[in-house]
Each structure stands twice: as C-alpha cells, then as structure tokens.
Design a protein around this ligand. Structure first.
Ligand code: PEP
Length: 267
C-alpha cells in the first residue's frame, strides 16, 4: 500500500538538552534571531531546559521560532513534588518532546508513561513530538519493526484519528544519537523506517491520518549532512540535539532546509 504524502512545512527542532543556562540561552536566541529569517515553509522550534522556557518566551520572535518542552508530567496538578505539567506549559510551548531515548533509558520511562504523557500533551493543546527508535542490539537482532510497532501503537493508544493528524513522530535510532554512539544512519535505511512508521499509522488510523502526521529524523545531524536526510521522500524535518546549541551548525541546518525547498520549487 503506497501512502502519498503532501508536502508540509519543514520542521527543524533543536533539542538543547541539559545545556545553556538562562543567559547563554538568551544569547544564542539573540544570534539566531539575527541570522534566521521568517520562512513561510520552514518552522524552527527550540527546546530549551524547563527553567529557560519562560524567559525565552518573552524574548522570542514568534514569527521565526516556536518553543518546545523537553519533557513534562502527565498529571495536570497535584502532590507531585518537583514536576511541571503539560497543563502549566500550555501558554508557553507549542510542542513537547516525548519518549526521547535519553528519557526512556536514563529515567526508565515506560511505554505506559509515554502513552500518558502523549495523551496529556494533546489534552492540553500541546503537539507531541513522539520519539521512537530501536537500540543497536534490537537492530542487530532484526527487531526494529517490532520495536517501532510497539512504541507507536502504545504511545498513541488513547488518541482519536483527529488527534493523530496533529502528532509529530521522530524516528531516532538510539545508536544514531550522539549520546549513545552517534553512528550515522544511511538515508535509504531511514526512508524504509519512516515508510514503516507511516504504514503503522495508516493501519491504525487510516491513510489520511498517515499523510497528515509529520515524520522527522534525528541522529547526530549537523549542517554538513542535514540535506541528505531532509531530502528523503516523506521526511518532514529533523530533530537536532548536539548541533542545535551551536549557532553556526543550527543555522546551517535551517539554510539546508531552505535550499532544498527552493530547489524543489515548493516555495
Ligand atoms: C536528539 O537529542 O534527539 C538527538 C538527535 O541528538 P543528537 O543530534 O545529538 O544525536
């Protein structure tokens, strides 16, 4: 079954992880503001630490950038010391990264926890960027499809077909993330996995939803190699970790997205 994908705005997400305090983040944003233009067909999203979201939301030019949370708690309010809920982030962020491999591995986030977070984000009007991907061992054992299937069906289980259309899924093989080895994935392999992800969505929610879902790739991307992934058919953008805190590299990735759209005549 072939799934046609309509071109969407290219989504470039920078995951700053546990880097950049408030003044460093503010400085980087200032430099990015000067360098990055307003693009009709490219959406640039920054995911700073929780602490930095509020000051950045005041500084940000919303025509150029949107904000994402790197994580949040699934309950809206209650006696949960130390947590911040999606409900509390409603007015600050458009997106939330959910199910990142660093959270699955370092913080033991289970399939169930991720399902609850996805549902809570959607309930609170925040678009989840759901990260899925197999470990090296799972890849070697030929289990990639099973892992992706389980992660996707479980995470989206509480959503309707209408909710699904707004979701972003980032295919991030764990072994390709800089934190866990940073091996570069071959674009033709990535395409197969992205196609598989869309087929999963089509099986669960129909072809229309599969077309509308945005599918990103993430794994050690920088400005030199971004276009190789951004030009994969059906790839709607990239999730960038390490390179996103580097002004030259991150703006170079946005430039690559711009060149591709211009070359492809989408603009
Ligand atoms: C990530 O954090 O999602 C990521 C892809 O990291 P990196 O680009 O550093 O591999």
């Amino acid at each position: 079954m072939a799934i046609t994908t309509t071109p969407k705005r290219t989504l470039i997400v920078g995951n700053w992880k546990l880097h950049l305090n408030t003044s460093q983040a503010s400085l980087l944003l200032h430099r990015l503001h000067e360098r990055i233009k307003i693009y009709r067909d490219i959406e640039v999203v920054l995911a700073p630490s929780m602490l930095v979201l509020q000051p950045l939301s005041v500084q940000i030019d919303r025509r150029k950038f949107r904000l994402a949370a790197q994580n949040a708690f699934h309950k809206d309010t209650g006696a949960y010391t130390g947590e911040v809920s999606f409900a509390m982030l409603q007015d600050l962020v458009h997106y939330a990264i959910i199910g990142h491999s660093e959270r699955r591995i370092y913080f033991n986030e289970s399939l169930e926890m991720i399902r609850e977070k996805v549902a809570s984000a959607v309930r609170n009007g925040i678009t989840p960027i759901l990260c899925v991907g197999e470990t090296k061992e799972e890849n070697r054992a030929g289990e990639t499809k099973q892992v992706l299937h389980d992660q996707i069906t479980s995470a989206l289980a509480n959503l309707t077909a209408t909710d699904i259309k707004k979701i972003v899924i980032a295919y991030e093989p764990v072994w390709a993330i800089s934190t866990f080895g940073g091996e570069l994935a071959k674009p033709d392999e990535v395409k197969k996995r992205m196609d598989f992800i869309r087929h999963q969505i089509a099986d669960l929610y129909g072809k229309r939803a599969a077309d509308r879902v945005r599918v990103l790739y993430g794994g050690s991307i920088d400005h030199d190699i971004a276009s190789g992934y951004l030009s994969i058919e059906g790839c709607d953008g990239v999730l960038v970790g390490g390179a996103s805190t580097n002004y030259q590299k991150f703006s170079g990735i946005v430039d690559a997205a711009y060149r591709l759209r211009y070359r492809d005549g989408v603009e």
